[in-house]
Design a protein around this ligand. Structure first.
Ligand SMILES: Nc1ncnc2c1ncn2[C@@H]1O[C@H](COP(=O)(O)OP(=O)(O)OP(=O)(O)O)[C@@H](O)[C@H]1O
Ligand SMILES: [Mg+2]
Length: 1021
């Protein structure tokens, strides 16, 4: 078929008019992006005002500045049309701009997934597949979250070699998936050199338009730039006219055009050419629509027919063969008409030469809306017939044929033919990661269904199946409630006598929504009902699926024994039924249940084999789930190194499969937790910081922030710790899950202890333990119990230091905490070590902590790979030795505590160790620069009347202050200008008044009561 070329003068101004400020701010963003700061810009404005022109002009400048420009266009009918159209456009532009080798490289692991959106990519993906070997993983269980991540990864990789401008035109028409993608990119691009530039029509946003809430959110973001394009003023309109007409317009013409167009660039163009067609500018009709349509009046009947036919096409452009088919006129009339509309600048020829688009959507809308309803219906039916007969008529748009058919048959009011196409379109949308659009199609199918008598024959489905498909789409959109009610209607649509396996599987899906909505007990009940439907003793896939989900729901509701039994059966049934994927999943659940039921080691085997099976089957989501649980159980067993390694392995897989954000975030949390325990703090810090930069929402982020808070607290950065905790709490919201509540309370307690606020620490522990059953979540309760006893011991010691009786309720609290600890299981070395620590603190609280209890704690922590609490136990051991007068042992222990704390960067512990060494006159290698420690402590003024109670004289206080730094009588004398003898008399009096036996003890009491000696002069260097 021939091509019509545009030969006449343009109606478009070749000169770019005005927009200096807008262009300047956009160009400033180029610099920003080049410097590594991803940027998001929005250009809004009424239809025809000049958004596209501005962006086109700017894109050329960006390309000149070395940017890779990828632009995509949202199409009207987005919601029922081809999902993710702008992404597909951008991918197409990319595939055409890079040689296959380079393309394969940047697509990387995202290749197979993205090739599903744009089959053109497939050859390059083949190459990547051979090179990278990750292709097989992007199998059937790919989901929207993965797509988002793949696009992010792709942009990030692209931007390494070249900054990228990703343009998204006409966001007001975007489908939900495109909106999700845009919002996701805006949120997640953190370090890539990418500029996302979106346009939208501000006059199209009716009150409930889905773009509105996004815009409101973006406007609150500091990093988003929002440009609102205004209309041209009179001078600008004159300049535009002059450029179009190639000569300055007469003043009255310029004024009339300004008047009629209101400064809208598109109307200026239309008005500028109207008189050329012989019309009289001043006699033009008053309505915008009529201005646009008036240009049709001069056309031949064939040309008008072509325009009307083109206005009903699906998507932005219509291939010439398809248009000819639909118009149904002879070749010569067709080409003559086409030439006419192109010469009149109504349709434009696509650069490829075989399809046509309206010069502007405004005209298209005017033409479409001007038709009589019957004519529209006829045209849509003609499109439907043509495409149904020969899909290749769609040219480039062949992938969109199911969506196009769904659209045309529906608009043609041909419901019987619309129904199967709508369902086809839904399954295409599911396959291209657009569950929201799939849901839209399926809901339409549900509405049409009752009006199509032979719906079942036409679709091969029944109503319940359509509801089930819709429920699946809703589930993948995260709309749990919607999914649940769709499943309820699917169940209602099944006659009671009907195929019990089908009913059971529907109930299983229903239970999954219950489980995920945080109601595992409800899920268990539903699954029992499903189980009852299936014939006993028969192994089927349905059986296996129901049992596997039941096992997982039982674990979630802490019915572990039952869960183990059910998971075992699920594995056996899945095996017998040949449902290997279900077998992998159930094996993992079995491992989890066994581990938490105990002994935890026994679960490791099943977890390993579940992961291995999932890997073999190429179902990455299941394998990643296995890695998460495996690393968690290893951590529970105190096998931190293995746990960290396993989590890292899982992360690698998750990244290849595009799952790093959703499931991968758990793995990062697990890995960071293990690293923290291992004392690899710098690594834990880096890992969590990196993840926080690119990640995640809600509970995913909160887990990481909680770990960061603990890390800060252990390093003595209490404000930063409190800050992270605040953010974590905000992200989590109300929760009753101990795995979140208890670790956060523990960090609260560490902060209280570190800041000397024992009351706050005590309350944090109480809040963390309140109402918590002492179950398998023991791992979170142990640290809290220890912190509680440590607080109590500190409080009791303070009473003794002040020579006051220890209140009975304090001793009672100690006993309660110790009794709770007795109830807790200690499944591995770290928990046994906590037990030893708890016993030693209890003894300290009773004023009876000898060296033995602390030595036992030291030995227990030596059995673990956790250095931090080993250092703590060593410090207390040193203190006990020093109290017992064993200087040598004290020196050894304090030295070890100090070394470990120093290596970890545990500043509070290191300072404690140094202070102990100082006042007990123990040597420390290398000698610590104590200025920092003493300075930090002195920042909180010592409570002045703490010493008043002992009736010390002014002079005695001075001596005690010196004593507290570990000075000898001779040194004290020298500093205070008194004789050694006098100093010694003062010291004896002080010991008597403080009720202590020796000078080290006096120094310790003074230290605990907040008396700090003058800081030692900082060592040079
Ligand atoms: N600054 C400008 N200089 C010259 N011509 C312009 C300028 N701005 C817009 N135009 C012309 O006006 C017409 C309409 O502009 P454009 O297509 O950019 O509008 P739009 O805001 O993108 O409209 P829509 O919302 O319909 O997409 C185009 O033909 C364009 O070339
Ligand atoms: Mg535009």
């Amino acid at each position: 078929m021939g091509t019509v070329l545009n030969t006449s003068v343009s109606v478009v101004s070749p000169v770019f008019i005005g927009r200096h400020d807008e262009m300047a701010s956009l160009e400033a963003m180029l610099g920003q992006v080049q410097a590594g700061k991803p940027t998001f810009a929005l250009v809004g404005g009424e239809a025809g005002v000049g958004k596209t022109r501005l962006v086109t002009e700017f894109s050329a400048r960006a390309a000149g500045a070395g940017f890779l420009v990828l632009t995509g266009q949202c199409v009207e009918f987005g919601a029922e049309g081809l999902p993710l159209a702008p992404l597909v456009d951008a991918l197409r532009a990319l595939s055409r701009s890079l040689p296959p080798e380079a393309l394969a490289g940047v697509l990387g692991p995202a290749g197979p997934g993205l090739a599903r959106l744009l089959p053109e990519l497939a050859p390059a993906v083949g190459a990547a597949h051979e090179a990278g070997g990750a292709g097989g993983l992007a199998g059937g269980d790919m989901q929207k979250a993965q797509l988002l991540e793949m696009v992010l990864g792709l942009l990030t990789r692209l931007s390494v070699t070249q900054p990228v401008l990703f343009g998204i035109e006409d966001l007001h028409w975007a489908d939900q998936s495109t909106l999700d993608l845009t919002a996701f990119l805006v949120r997640s691009l953190r370090e890539a050199r990418v500029l996302v530039l979106a346009t939208y029509r501000s006059d199209e946003l009716q009150r409930r338009h889905p773009l509105r809430p996004l815009l409101a959110g973006w406007d609150r973001m500091r990093s988003a730039e929002h440009i609102e394009l205004r209309r041209f003023d009179q001078d600008e309109v004159s300049a535009q006219l002059a450029a179009i007409l190639d000569s300055a317009p007469a003043p009255e013409v310029a004024e009339a055009v300004f008047d009629r167009s209101g400064g809208n660039a598109y109307l200026v163009e239309e008005l500028a050419v109207a008189p050329r067609g012989g019309g009289n500018l001043l006699g033009l009709p008053p309505l915008l629509k009529d201005v646009l349509l008036s240009r049709m009046d001069a056309l031949s009947a064939d040309a008008r027919l072509l325009l009307r036919a083109a206005s009903a096409c699906f998507g932005r452009t219509v291939p010439d063969r398809l248009l000819a088919e639909v118009a149904g006129i002879g070749d010569s009339e067709f080409f003559a008409g086409l030439r006419e509309v192109v010469d009149n600048h109504l349709l434009l020829v696509d650069p490829q030469g075989h399809s046509y688009a309206f010069r502007h959507a405004l005209t298209r809308d005017a033409v479409y809306e001007d038709m009589l309803p019957g004519e529209r219906v006829r045209l849509h039916a003609a499109y439907g017939e043509a495409l149904a007969r020969d899909a290749t008529l769609a040219g480039d748009g062949v992938a969109a044929v199911p969506s196009a058919l769904a659209h045309h048959w529906y608009a043609a009011l041909d419901l019987p033919r619309a129904l199967p196409s709508v369902i086809d379109a839904a399954s295409c949308a599911m396959a291209s990661y657009a569950p929201a659009e799939a849901l839209g199609h399926l809901e339409r199918a549900q509405r049409i269904w009752p009006r199509v008598a032979d719906a079942h024959q036409r679709t091969g489905l029944d109503e319940a199946e359509v509801s089930r498909l819709a429920a699946e789409a809703a589930y993948q959109c995260g709309a749990l409630d919607r999914s649940k009610s769709l499943l309820a209607s699917a169940l209602a649509a099944l006659p009671a006598s009907f195929d019990p396996a089908r009913r059971a599987l529907l109930l299983e899906r229903y239970a999954v929504t219950q489980r995920d909505a945080g109601w595992p007990a409800g899920a268990v009940a539903t699954l029992r009902e499903a189980q009852a439907l299936l014939p006993e003793g028969q192994a089927s896939r349905a059986h296996a699926v129901v049992l596997a989900t039941l096992a997982s729901a039982l674990t979630r509701s802490s019915e572990l024994e039952e869960s183990v039994l059910v998971a075992r059966r699920a594995v056996a049934v899945a095996d017998a039924a040949g449902a290997a994927d279900v077998e992998a999943d159930a094996t993992i659940t079995l491992g989890v249940a066994i581990s938490y039921l105990g002994p935890a080691e026994a679960g490791i085997g099943p977890l390993h084999s579940g992961v291995a099976l999932a890997l073999e089957l190429g179902i990455p989501a299941t394998a990643v789930r296995g890695y998460i649980n495996l690393s968690d159980v290893l951590e529970l067993l105190g096998r931190h190194r293995e746990a960290a390694r396993t989590a890292a392995e899982g992360l690698e897989l998750a990244a290849r499969a595009g799952l790093s954000r959703a499931l991968g975030a758990y793995l990062i949390g697990n890995q960071a937790e293990s690293l923290l325990r291992l004392g690899e703090w710098a690594e834990a810090d880096e890992l969590t910081a990196r993840a926080m930069r690119t990640l995640p929402e809600g509970v995913f982020g909160a887990t990481l922030q909680e770990l960061r808070a603990e890390l800060y607290a252990l390093r003595g950065q209490y404000d930063a710790a409190a800050h992270e905790l605040r953010d974590a709490r905000r992200a989590i919201g109300a929760t009753s899950e101990l795995q979140y509540i208890q670790p956060m309370r523990y960090v609260d307690a560490l902060i209280g202890l570190g800041q000397g606020d024992l009351g706050a620490a005590r309350e944090a522990v109480a809040a963390g333990l309140a109402g918590a059953p002492l179950s398998w979540e023991a791992r979170y309760a142990w640290p809290l119990l220890w912190a509680g006893l440590r607080v109590a011991a500190d409080e009791a010691t303070r009473f003794r230091d002040r020579l006051e009786p220890v209140p009975a309720d304090l001793m009672r609290r100690c006993a309660d905490l110790a009794a709770a600890a007795d109830q807790l299981v200690a499944p591995a070395a770290p928990w046994l070590a906590f037990r030893a620590l708890v016993a030693a603190e209890q003894a300290r609280a009773a004023g009876a902590a000898g060296t033995q209890a602390w030595r036992a704690a030291v030995v227990a922590w030596q059995d673990t790979e956790e250095p931090h609490l080993l250092a703590y136990a060593l410090l207390r051991l040193a203190e006990a030795h020093s109290q017992a007068g064993d200087r040598e042992q004290a020196a050894q222990a304090v030295q070890r505590a100090y070394e470990i704390a120093d290596r970890l960067g545990a500043a509070p512990l290191a300072e404690e160790a140094a202070a102990l060494a100082r006042r007990a006159r123990l040597s420390l290698e290398p000698a610590m620069d104590t200025a920092a420690g003493a300075g930090a402590a002195a920042a909180q003024p010592p409570p002045p009347d703490e010493l008043a109670r002992f009736g010390l004289t002014e002079r005695e206080r001075e001596v005690l202050t010196q004593l507290a730094t570990g000075r000898s009588n001779r040194e004290i004398g020298r500093v205070l200008f008194i004789s050694t003898k006098t100093a010694s008399v003062h010291v004896s009096n002080i010991l008597a008044k403080l009720g202590v036996r020796g000078r080290v003890e006096a120094a310790t009491v003074a230290h605990r009561l907040g008396v700090y000696g003058p800081a030692a002069p900082a060592r040079p260097g």
